[in-house]
Design a protein around this ligand. Sequence first.
Ligand SMILES: [Zn+2]
Length: 336
Amino acid sequence: MIMTALKQTHARISRLDRTLIIAVVLLSSIFPVELFSNTPPVPKGFDGQYSGKQGQVLVVKVKGEEQATEVKGTFLKRTIPFFREFRPGEPIGYVGLLGIDMQDEPGTYELAVEVKQGEQAKQLSFNVLVAKEKFIVEHLKLPKEKVDLDEKATARWKAEQEQVKQALAEDSRLKLWHSNFVEPVNGKRTGIFGSVRIMNGQPRNPHNGEDIGAPLGADVAATNDGIVRITVDHIFSGKGVFVDHGLGFYSMYFHLSEVLVKDGDLVTAGQIIGKVGATGRATGPHLHWGVKLNGARVNPYSLLELPFKNGSSPANSIATPSSETTSALEAVPVKQ
Ligand SMILES: [Zn+2]
């Protein structure tokens, strides 16, 4: 009698257990992320802090996520894809290049990073301090028709902007670039990235690239491996080339006298893609070199100053926040 009662109780518990297990399995297949992220949200900036000036590039490193299947950051509504990094003798980590746009307002903003592992996801939070860069003011005198566009020229300019937007709408999801960046032309760097421009006495958009003075016909090289997305002959940029290096990183080369590549061509770092010229809105022969990183207009020379050396990945720590020349700053970790 007692034995029978015990057996019945045992059977009931087993049934209850089974029901509970099934319920949990079902729930976790419907709400896998919610179950995983039941842990309280991390305070903002908990995982580290970065700082940089307007127009600079930061190397963001997420360590110890060997099992991660995707790592993605969000900074000022821009998406920062991360890529896997391997260095001999060190655990695998993920690295992202974060561009600070030349017109991002100085202040502290959150870089939220989502680390996915299959169905599961967890959040990391970094603080990014954006510091003001001192941009120069340029006064330019240009032919009137190059500054005050008539209706026809305005329509042309708008159509050209749309054409570029369409051509660059889909980034290559493959990382095509590697760590050895090339300066595209041997010439005089003018240091006018981000300059406030006054054309014929009227304030205009800031200068979104760097100009390099070089003789007419000098070779222009691709800064890194990539795919030519579009070649143009536009009212302002003149003859130009847009190269997609993957993961939201583009480089642009304007005012060329000659373009030596076609849309869709694969190019390698150092490959000659055109010749220096003065086409479009230019006062004399020079190369306008521009770089966009996930939508942010950054100083192209920031790429050359990244802590990448001879195929290796980012250096571990460059903590020189006061340096004028170092554009890539590693995180100051608040926890390991
Ligand atoms: Zn320029």
